[in-house]
Design a protein around this ligand. Sequence first.
Ligand SMILES: CC(C)(COP(=O)(O)OP(=O)(O)OC[C@H]1O[C@@H](n2cnc3c(N)ncnc32)[C@H](O)[C@@H]1OP(=O)(O)O)[C@@H](O)C(=O)NCCC(=O)NCCS
Length: 185
Amino acid sequence: MLKGLKTSIRPIEEEDLDAMHQWYNDQEVNLWSSGAWPLNTMLNKDQIAVKFLDGSPDTYRYVILDQNNLLIGTIGFKEINIPCRTATLFIVLGNKAYWGKGYGTDSLITFARYLFTQWNFHRISLDTWDGNIRAIKAYEKAGFKIEGRQREARFVLGNYHDAILMGLLQNEFLALYGILSEAER
Ligand SMILES: CC(C)(COP(=O)(O)OP(=O)(O)OC[C@H]1O[C@@H](n2cnc3c(N)ncnc32)[C@H](O)[C@@H]1OP(=O)(O)O)[C@@H](O)C(=O)NCCC(=O)NCCS
């Protein structure tokens, strides 16, 4: 279990699938996380189990818990490039009651520390769309920097939006947050 100040992170278990099934069929969650509604609503529980428990060899998924061990979201990484030591991070707080209260930032810092200190990644990338200000702010608080913009690469609710490309380097993160978490210091 990875411990942050407000959140902890552990691998996905079968008992988590009910909550995840709800989140991935929630229009608002899908809107912010991928802009792909209603495609994701086609996922039924069996497909979610295959996707999340069996997974792909290149995708590692975990769940985020609050201080009372209540499931609030998922986080993970994919697109691992071994020689370059890079990966792409993704995060969704499926429990909407937790948005905008610092849980995302706390879990991003906790997870990034794990990726840099245990997996020894050199760089973590991610992307979002320009309307997702809450996500961009949370990523920036965790140390990510905006590195580029793909013009009109996303289509959300009838409008084109720019994709925002962000990245975080191992040395930048460790200078900001250190090898040990506050809980371990
Ligand atoms: C993106 C996400 C992980 C961020 O986690 P979070 O816990 O909500 O974010 P935090 O509270 O840590 O930080 C968000 C910041 O944005 C601010 N914010 C929240 N809502 C906002 C809004 N509508 N407009 C502008 N700023 C906003 C918050 O005040 C906070 O900044 P502050 O600490 O300076 O006050 C979470 O909101 C989420 O899962 N959203 C749905 C799915 C999604 O968007 N995933 C990311 C896909 S790329």
